[in-house]
Design a protein around this ligand. Sequence first.
Ligand SMILES: Cc1ncc(COP(=O)(O)O)c(C=O)c1O
Length: 370
Amino acid sequence: MCIYLSRPDITDKEIEAVCAVLRSPDLSLGPRLAEFEQAFADYIGRKRAVAVNSGTSGLFLCILALGIEPGDEVITMPFTFVASATSIIMAGARPVFVDIDPVSLNIDPAKIESAITKKTKAILPVEVFGNPAGFDTVCEIARKHNLSVIEDSCEALGSALKGKKAGTFGKMSVFGFYPNKQITTGEGGMILTDDDALADVCVSLRNQGRGKATGWLAHERLGYNYRISDINCALGIVQLSRIDEIKAKRRQVAEWYYEMLADDDRLIVPTEPDDCELSWFVFVVRLAKGFTTEQRDRILKQMLNRNIQVSNYFPPVHLMPFIAEKFGYKSGDFPITESASKRTIALPFHNHLTKDQVATVCITLKQFLA
Ligand SMILES: Cc1ncc(COP(=O)(O)O)c(C=O)c1O
């Protein structure tokens, strides 16, 4: 029996909602799209929500909507999923990386100002592993320098900092709904903003550049097909209605891991910062200083051989060969990211895990740590 790294939580309610769309004539651009967007905007507390077919296309459209072009720079962090940076590169702009805080693993606000140049147009911080720590400070810096914040909230649905929800910090914010996320639409993403003009541009960009009042074959700008189907939206509506239940189940799994691993000084376990409410996305432990990358990689292999799925979230983005070569980044540029990346192990984490399975994961991990 395999213990999966992630698994979606789908009930009969989701299945019935999807089947209802399949029985209707409205598979795309139908009523579920508007309903999902409204429900999501209401849940986060923002004026507009624009649903798209992935988190990556959501980030890319935000960058285009803000007018970021070749020659511009966008500040982001190298400890993240690659799409935070590739969405900038897709627009022809340069990702300028800033190292992370060693505790929160989010962008280090103290290092942002020295990375700002005349070409900087925006900051794209990521709520890594769902943690919004430091986002208030990042926004203050952006305000001071008149920069937009594109908040990559793909991992943070349901998290909050000092009572303020993830997804409310950026001028534009983006969530992702791949099946490992807190809620899934199969594939999908959501752009949030309080700015009607930006939201309207995103609506047009996701639908081949069509205008609001123009016909199906009248295209006002270079656009894309980043539409999300009503089938996906129906799934998302039900998943979103269950977010509190889903969050509670994930919190329980995180608590079991914490109970079983927190006192092991060979590990650094994730904790919830005092001023944050974490909506648990993953449970990523770090091996203590002294462990080598080779040892970490050997443990990953041994766990996989025991049918326990684990992963190395995240390899440093600035060292991915196509990014390092194109922008001249090299090993040693971001030591905190590189040091964290070498020692992470993402453990199986999803709603279906039982306490026994969590115990199996922890016992096996401890055995290989020895
Ligand atoms: C931080 C972060 N940004 C962006 C994305 C991209 O989302 P998607 O896979 O839906 O394109 C993801 C999700 O995988 C992510 O974790």
